[in-house]
Design a binder for this molecule. Structure first.
Ligand code: OFO
Length: 167
């Protein structure tokens, strides 16, 4: 069984993962609107990953005999000033999620729940990868100054990204 405190904290995190899905879909929609199909695809795949993160936690809470309570999702930002702006915002969001996962791990430690600690380790590792991927993308974008032929080339490369189940 989960303690009430841990169950609430996991439910909050489920909401954050679903919000991340929603936010990345909103970024994808903006990118489609400025004809950046590859970047739009990148965030579409990212949204699918966030859906998986939310559902993995949703199922875990049930496996632990807990109760999932879904909360409302805030409205994601719809408009951005450029591709660079989107990538910067997504990196900022990933850093926020990393912080919240770390706090959730702190709660699992203070509640002395070893199964939750073990479960959360996957998310801790995943966040390292997500921050690294988006940071590299931002670095490349800055190299090409976020425009011109470099931007179009990067956009067509990102069109190849596909969702890998279990990520
Ligand atoms: Fe769920 O990993 Fe990004 O936010």
């Amino acid at each position: 069984m989960l303690t009430k405190k841990l169950q609430n904290a996991l439910n909050e995190q489920i909401n954050r993962e679903f919000f991340a899905e929603y936010l990345y879909l909103s970024m994808s929609a903006y990118l489609e609107s400025i004809e950046m199909e590859g970047f739009a695809n990148y965030f579409n795949v990212q949204a699918q990953e966030e859906h998986f993160h939310a559902m993995k936690m949703f199922n875990f809470v049930h496996d632990k005999g807990g109760r999932v309570i879904l909360k409302s999702l805030k409205e994601p930002k719809a408009n951005y000033s450029s591709v660079v702006d989107v990538i910067e915002e997504s990196l900022k969001h990933e850093k926020y999620v990393t912080k919240s996962i770390n706090e959730l791990m702190d709660t699992a430690i203070s509640e002395n729940d070893h199964s939750v600690k073990s479960f959360l380790q996957w998310y801790i590792d995943e966040q390292v990868e997500e921050e690294a991927t988006i940071s590299k993308l931002l670095a490349k974008l800055k190299l090409i100054k976020g425009e011109g032929l470099g931007l179009l080339t990067l956009d067509s490369q990102l069109l190849e990204r596909t969702y890998q189940p279990g990520k």
